[in-house]
Ligand binder design. Structure first.
Ligand code: NAD
Ligand code: DAU
Length: 392
């Protein structure tokens, strides 16, 4: 990164940190979020004119990438897009993820909780047309320690959003769910399909499955225009360094051990976040109400394979790998059959795993300041509690 870019990055990061400290807990709007009023004529429900989008959890990993996508060159309607981002800024929410946004005047941040019904109602009054819900507690390991937090945000929060959205006649609601709701696959089993029975194994995945059932009930009972997406493991820029890939890249860069659970042979299907965002955008525009869409990356690998790829790309020794005790209830294998979204909407992943991983590693090398600040903060307390004994 050039010195100029570095200075700009540092200045924007300082501004973002200041915004978090504002007593009214709202970022300064770049432009008022203009109400379209109750008498706004109905728009055709084909998605083509969806421009006022509420993104919840947009300061996290996938949400922030999605906002970059909405306002970036890949979205032909970006100039008309108005994005409202509602985020509680938990440990995982980081306004620095949004400092370099294209079209910042089309974006507004609201600091708040999706469980706060009054706040959600007040936001929807300003003419939001669609909601894409990313807000969640997302880390399986944390759900083992604090399941109540997961139920609150991932289940109660979704119900609050659904009810307010229904009252305000929102035209489309995308619930960003996960492949983990299907549970675990045996080595030779075919990938999860949309009709694979739900069999969640962790408090995290159980909370996401519960939310999916709530979404389903709102569609069935009230005809509420909801869609559920279930994607496999994402990786890419701005992923909090508690998840496997960013944790291992940053640990390797620091010559620290890479704590591999169990025998290291659990399998995940890896997808670059950019491909996930492209799928979500297509589903937002063309997906059919009441449908579930699985999204996968054709990137099945064991954790050991991923770890070795990271070490190879970085030119670091395998001796950094340290086997540690397994995650309780650890799902053995995930794989996704994404033929539905491919057949119905023409989506497939663009990147191959090695290429995506190289680009991601380059991003973490170029954004050392970003992850070092995270690793030196509250994250450390969790790291100590979770890995302290295991790494002894
Ligand atoms: P993340 O943990 O990086 O981000 C979650 C965001 O939600 C953070 O910005 C956080 O501040 C915000 N948030 C948490 N509780 C909130 C609340 N009560 N009100 C408002 N905001 C709140 O998560 P992520 O990896 O970006 O995942 C986003 C969504 O995608 C989640 O719903 C997750 O279940 C799903 N998903 C993730 C993956 C993956 O591999 N990361 C794969 C499939 C699906
Ligand atoms: O499949 C989609 C899910 O992917 C999302 O719904 C979740 O939000 C997301 O966190 C992710 O869940 P995983 O549990 O699969 O991701 P994680 O990065 O935590 O772990 C990936 C694999 O690596 C898993 O088999 C556990 C293993 N692992 C993880 C960590 C953090 C290790 O071996 N060591 C580690 O330190």
């Amino acid at each position: 990164m050039s010195r100029l870019t570095q200075a700009r990055w540092a200045r924007k990061a300082r501004e973002a940190r200041k915004a978090v400290d504002r007593p009214d807990r709202l970022d300064r709007p770049n432009r008022p979020y203009e109400p379209n009023g109750p008498d706004q004529p109905d728009r055709p429900n084909d998605g083509s004119l969806f421009v006022k989008i509420l993104v919840t959890g947009g300061a996290g990993f996938i949400g922030s990438n999605f906002i970059h996508f909405l306002l970036g060159p890949e979205n032909p309607r970006r100039v008309d897009c108005q994005v409202l981002n509602l985020d509680k800024l938990t440990y995982a929410g980081n306004l620095e993820n949004l400092v370099d946004l294209p079209l910042p005047e089309n974006y507004q941040f609201i600091h708040g909780d999706i469980c706060d019904g009054k706040l959600v109602e007040s936001l929807l009054k300003v003419g939001v047309e669609v909601i894409v819900n990313f807000a969640a507690e997302s880390h399986v390991d944390r759900s083992l320690y604090e399941p109540d937090l997961f139920i609150q945000t991932n289940v109660v929060g979704v119900q609050v959003l659904l009810h307010a959205a229904m009252r305000h006649k929102i035209k489309k609601f995308i619930q960003v769910s996960t492949d983990e709701v299907y549970g675990s696959l045996t080595p030779a089993a075919p990938g999860f399909r949309e009709d694979t029975p739900l069999a969640p194994n962790s408090p995290y995945s159980a909370s996401k499955a519960a939310a999916d059932l709530l979404v389903r009930s709102y569609f069935k009972t009230y005809g509420f225009p909801a869609i559920i997406t279930r994607c496999s493991n994402n990786y890419g820029p701005y992923q909090f360094p508690e998840k496997l890939i960013p944790l291992f890249i940053t640990n390797a860069l620091e010559d620290k051990p890479l704590p591999l659970y169990g025998d290291g042979l659990n399998v995940r299907d890896w997808i670059p976040v950019e491909d996930h965002c492209r799928a979500l955008h297509l589903i937002l525009e063309k997906g059919r109400e009441g449908e579930i869409y699985n999204i996968g990356g054709e990137g099945e690998r064991t954790n050991l394979e991923i770890t070795e790829m990271i070490l190879n790309i970085l030119g670091k020794p395998k001796s950094l790998i340290q086997y540690v005790s397994d995650r309780p209830g650890h799902d053995r294998r995930y794989a996704i059959d994404f033929s539905k979204v491919k057949g119905d909407l023409g989506w497939s992943p663009c990147y191959r795993l090695h290429e995506g991983l190289e680009q991601t590693i380059r991003w973490y090398i170029d954004h050392e300041e970003w992850w070092r600040r995270i690793k030196s903060g509250a994250y450390r307390d969790f790291y100590q509690k979770h890995y302290g004994e295991r790494l002894k």
